[in-house]
Design a protein around this ligand. Structure first.
Ligand code: 5GP
Length: 198
C-alpha cells in the first residue's frame, strides 16, 4: 500500500450544512483512529458542547485575518457570515508522517484544495432531499432563523456543485452511507498529494 511507504492521503469531505457529515465523520474516525481530523479555525461562536481545539479553534476576526494574510491557512472561506479555514502546518506534517488527513470543509474551500492538491480524494455528502435537509437543520435547534435561512440557501448552491466531486454519497440510510464512504476511502487507488505544490 502506498500510504505505508510514503505520505498519507488528503481527503476532502464536503456537503451542505445539516447533511450529517459530522456524525458520519465521528463514526468513521472512531473505527479508523489512524485517520487525522484537521481542526479548523473559525470566527463562529461555539455551539453548546463544542470544545476549543477539538471541534474548532474559535478565534476573533482579527486573528483569523492575520492567519490568512500570513499564509497559515491551506484554504479558507466565508460561510453564513463567518470565516472558516484549515491551519496549513498540522495537515502537511501529518501527511509527511504517513497519516491520512480529513478536511471537513465547505464548497469554496474544497475548490481551493482541488487547485493545490488535485490528488486529494474529494467526497460530497448529499441529503436524500432538500426538504429533509431543512427538517434536520431545524431539528438540531442550534441556529437562529436568519442563520437557518442562509444555510439553506447555501445548501442549494452546494448541492448543485456535487458533481464536481469524485465521490458522491447520499446520507439517507446512515449505515449504508458509512459503508460507501469506507469503500471509497480505503479501496481508492488515488495518488499521494504533492507537498511541494504548497
Ligand atoms: P458549521 O458552522 O456548521 O460548523 O460549519 C459551517 C460550514 O463550514 C460547514 O459546511 C463546514 O464543513 C465548513 N467548514 C468547517 N471548517 C472549515 C474550514 O476550515 N474551511 C472551510 N472552507 N469550510 C469549513
Amino acid at each position: 500500500m502506498e500510504e505505508r511507504m510514503g505520505h498519507g492521503k488528503l481527503i476532502v469531505f464536503t456537503g451542505p450544512s445539516g447533511v450529517g457529515k459530522g456524525t458520519l465523520l465521528r463514526v468513521l474516525l472512531r473505527s479508523h483512529p489512524d485517520l487525522y481530523f484537521s481542526v479548523s479555525a473559525t470566527t463562529r461562536a461555539p455551539r453548546p458542547g463544542e470544545v476549543d481545539g477539538k471541534h474548532y479553534y474559535f478565534v476573533e476576526r482579527s486573528a483569523f485575518e492575520r492567519m490568512a494574510a500570513e499564509g497559515e491557512l491551506l484554504e479558507w472561506a466565508e460561510f453564513a457570515g463567518n470565516y472558516y479555514g484549515t491551519p496549513r502546518q498540522p495537515v502537511l506534517e501529518q501527511i509527511r508522517q504517513g497519516r491520512s488527513v480529513i478536511l471537513e470543509i465547505e464548497l469554496e474551500g474544497a475548490r481551493q484544495v482541488r487547485q493545490t492538491f488535485p490528488e486529494a480524494i474529494q467526497v460530497f455528502i448529499l441529503p436524500p432531499s432538500v426538504d429533509e435537509l431543512e427538517t434536520r437543520i431545524r431539528g438540531r435547534g442550534q441556529d437562529s432563523e436568519s442563520a437557518i435561512v442562509r444555510r439553506l440557501a447555501r445548501a442549494q448552491e452546494e448541492i448543485e456543485a456535487a458533481d464536481e466531486f469524485d465521490i458522491q454519497i447520499v446520507n439517507d440510510d446512515f449505515d449504508q452511507a458509512l459503508a460507501e464512504l469506507e469503500a471509497a476511502l480505503f479501496n481508492s487507488n488515488c495518488r499521494e498529494p504533492d507537498l511541494a505544490a504548497t
